[in-house]
Design a protein around this ligand. Structure first.
Ligand code: PXP
Length: 247
């Protein structure tokens, strides 16, 4: 089965917001990502709107030509946002204001009844529902019970494991969870912390259909794009001097 890439463009919005500027625009980044082969654009509209904002969601809903995946907390506020903007899919994630990024998976087993009701409302709005969970068999079974369409396996522990044995153990947990989910009829995705140096064993797992990746791609774009950006600026300055001299 081919594997799809969802590109998370949150970090582009972080850079924009840091200076209170209008650029770089996540919609421009999404356009480039789709042109380069991304199958999906992923954004996380956080409660504190620290990166993606409601306006970004509205624009991306109109401009994304592949699929728009909205990561969100399972709150009433976000339900209204989904009904208004109708992303193609919603990925439910736990959210705490103080965290730097999504630090752990959703505890589906713990919040089964509420999640089941919540997911039903999303599915009635024809939104494909994925749950971001730890690679844990109880969580996989719980995701099936609450009638999610898909799970996204949190690969953070695999990526952060410093020792080879720990990494192998985390990889085995991802493999087992992916196989169990597929047997239950869930679509299986993975993400968090994946980069060019560590994604191969994860991308090789047959059951995984999609990876959502943000930081590594935007980080590489910044460094690889710097050459062109500096050359353009030097040329721009030289041109200004030349036109002054000739004018
Ligand atoms: N998937 C989910 C559910 C996430 O919360 C994140 C982080 O926003 C990612 C994927 C992407 O993680 P990274 O930026 O580390 O690639």
């Amino acid at each position: 089965m081919p594997i799809r890439l969802g590109v998370n463009v949150d970090h582009v919005a972080t850079l924009r917001n840091q200076r209170g500027e209008r650029y770089p625009d996540p919609a421009d980044a999404a356009f480039v990502a789709e042109r380069a082969g991304a199958s999906q654009i992923t954004i996380h509209l956080r409660e504190d709107r620290r990166h993606i904002r409601d306006r970004d969601l509205a624009i991306l809903r109109q401009t994304v030509t592949t699929r728009l995946n909205l990561e969100m907390a399972a709150t009433q506020e976000m339900l209204k946002v989904v009904f208004e903007h109708k992303p193609d899919s919603a990925t439910l994630v736990p959210e705490r204001r103080e965290e730097l990024t999504t630090e752990g998976g959703l505890d589906v087993a713990m919040h089964r009844e509420n999640l089941k009701r919540y997911i039903r409302q999303l599915r009635e709005a024809e939104v494909w529902v994925s749950l971001f969970i730890e690679p844990d068999l109880d969580q996989v079974r719980a995701a099936h019970k609450v009638e999610a369409n898909a799970i996204e396996l949190h690969t953070g522990k695999y990526c952060n494991a410093a020792m080879r044995a720990d990494r192998a153990e985390e990889l085995a947990r991802v493999v087992d969870a992916a196989k169990a989910a597929r047997r239950l009829g869930l679509a299986v995705y993975a993400g968090h912390g994946l980069g060019y140096h560590n994604l191969r064993p994860i991308a090789a797992i047959d059951e995984i259909e999609e990876l959502n990746i943000g930081h590594a791609i935007i980080a590489r774009a910044v460094v690889d794009g710097l050459d062109r950006a500096v050359r353009d600026m030097v040329a721009c300055m030289a041109e200004a001097r030349e036109s002054r001299a000739s004018g």
